[in-house]
Design a protein around this ligand. Structure first.
Ligand SMILES: [Zn+2]
Ligand SMILES: [Zn+2]
Length: 152
């Protein structure tokens, strides 16, 4: 799977999506898109909103609205890690990775594993072509584990 991960490509996909769905191509939406694709990792709506204030002033409503559009256009995915607020991350140009979620503090760590990846990618389905995956492991992080041991 070889793809062009440039910001231009992402913008093109978004522009096409907005045109097809007859949504307005506002500079705010592009500013948010640009911010997301020039940063790594997970984020929630509020974090994104706060980070945006330094670059391009947008309202929280615009952030939520744009996140919905980006989800619809499959440029980002939404994660619901346990009870936490929803987190988002870009799909495009992101390496396939897995998530370790601590069920005590909610901390999320990413990891990659070649064997897991090979096993999943070698799987063939009759009526389905897989493009990417995400795996969640739930457990207790070392910090919480130490806290738990202290209490015993
Ligand atoms: Zn923890
Ligand atoms: Zn991730």
């Amino acid at each position: 799977m070889k793809e062009d991960y440039s910001l231009d490509t992402v913008k093109k996909i978004f522009t096409q999506f907005l045109a097809e769905r007859k949504h307005r191509k506002t500079p705010e939406r592009y500013a948010i898109l640009e911010h997301i694709f020039s940063h790594e990792g997970h984020f929630n709506a509020e974090l994104l909103y706060n980070a945006m204030q330094k670059e391009y002033r947008v309202s929280l409503a615009t952030v939520y609205n744009t996140l919905e559009l980006l989800l619809d256009s499959r440029l980002i995915v939404k994660h619901q890690f346990g009870e936490q607020v929803a987190q988002y991350e870009k799909t495009f140009g992101n390496t396939m990775h897995n998530h370790m979620v601590c069920t005590k503090c909610g901390k999320v760590k990413e990891f990659s594993d070649k064997k897991i990846r090979a096993a999943i990618q070698s799987k063939r389905f009759v009526h389905f072509e897989s493009t990417h995956y995400s795996l969640y492991l739930y457990g207790v992080c070392s910090k919480c584990k130490a806290e738990l041991n202290k209490k015993q």
